[in-house]
Design a binder for this molecule. Structure first.
Ligand SMILES: [Zn+2]
Length: 310
């Protein structure tokens, strides 16, 4: 049984759809990234589409040029070549496919939002937010709306939020099926720019998918819950047809724990140093995310076959 209904997905997309591989250069490439790449390139090839490579380095404090170079080199080693935002182009210097080079695009998007939506400055610290919500603060603690009516001016040291009104976001994930989410309850007013002036992941990625014309977003299912807020933001930015989302299974450690960049034991560089061939790394990533029943080598040219075509 195929992992997804490819014909149904194709019918929801334009001809030669654009999808994207969008890692953050905050560490070395690991098997979790390769798993995502296998789904991205596999689907693009099976659909007759294209892959865009985007460097998501909006978090200036955690990204390093050395990680970016390593990432580009590792992708070449794996034989994964993007069609848009090529490695050669990204190595050349400033690029529209690197977030830190795209500040003007985010400012322009903000101006567009400001004209018809509710933006407000917010000076809440993590401490304020924790006190307000009365419990332990984590990434999913919804914003309480503390600064909504304070009419603070946009200024250094203040973040910027978009008011999120109650409402249900409905979408059909291409693997998981129909979903309903309520961003006002899940996260509340969305932070677009943080207190040190950095664009947030949620804002940058929605602006990027719009300006790059991404039709299909293929990502790990740990990000499933943020889909509704991205659809809402895309609509407010004037996007008529939202991208189709597909969330794939994550690679888990034997204990069930999600893999992270800090688990160096699965870093591509370590696997490479241990003598694994690129096709063996691709095959393992496909196996560990349920695309293949056995752990055998997979050549880049075979990626489309994972989805029942090629
Ligand atoms: Zn606030």
């Amino acid at each position: 049984m195929p992992v997804i209904d490819l014909a149904r997905l194709a019918a929801r997309l334009p001809a030669r759809p654009l999808t994207r591989f969008a890692p953050s250069p905050t560490g070395y490439l690991h098997l979790g990234h390769v798993a995502n790449a296998v789904w991205v390139w596999g689907l693009a090839r099976a659909l007759g589409g294209r892959v865009l490579l985007r460097l998501e380095d909006h978090d200036r404090g955690r990204c390093r040029p050395a990680y970016e170079s390593a990432l580009l080199e590792d992708l070449e080693w794996l034989g994964l070549f993007p069609d848009v935002g090529t490695v050669a182009e990204l190595r050349l210097g400033p690029s529209p496919y690197r977030q830190s080079d795209a500040s003007e695009s985010y400012e322009a998007a903000l101006a567009r939002l400001g004209s018809h939506a509710a933006l407000f400055a917010c000076d809440c610290t993590r401490k304020d937010l924790a006190r307000e919500s009365g419990d332990v603060l984590n990434e999913e603690t919804p914003y309480t709306g503390r600064c909504r009516s304070r009419r603070l001016a946009r200024a250094t040291g203040r973040g910027l939020r978009l008011r999120v009104d109650p409402g249900v976001e409905r979408f059909e994930d291409a693997r998981i099926g129909p979903r309903e989410q309520v961003p006002a309850v899940q996260c509340g007013d969305l932070l677009l720019q943080d207190r040190v002036g950095q664009w947030t992941y949620q804002f940058a990625v929605v602006v990027d998918d719009l300006r790059h014309g991404v039709d299909l977003v293929v990502r790990g299912e740990d990000l499933l819950e943020s889909t509704g807020r991205q659809l809402l933001l895309a609509r407010q930015l004037g996007r008529a047809a939202p991208p189709v989302f597909l969330h794939h299974p994550l690679i888990r450690k034997p204990g069930g724990e999600k893999l992270s960049k800090s688990s160096g034991d699965t870093g591509i560089r370590e696997l490479r140093a241990a003598g694994m061939a690129p096709s063996e790394v691709l095959g393992r990533a496909a196996f560990l995310t349920g695309l293949r029943a056995i752990d055998v080598p997979l050549a880049p040219a075979e990626l489309a076959n994972l989805f029942g075509t090629g």
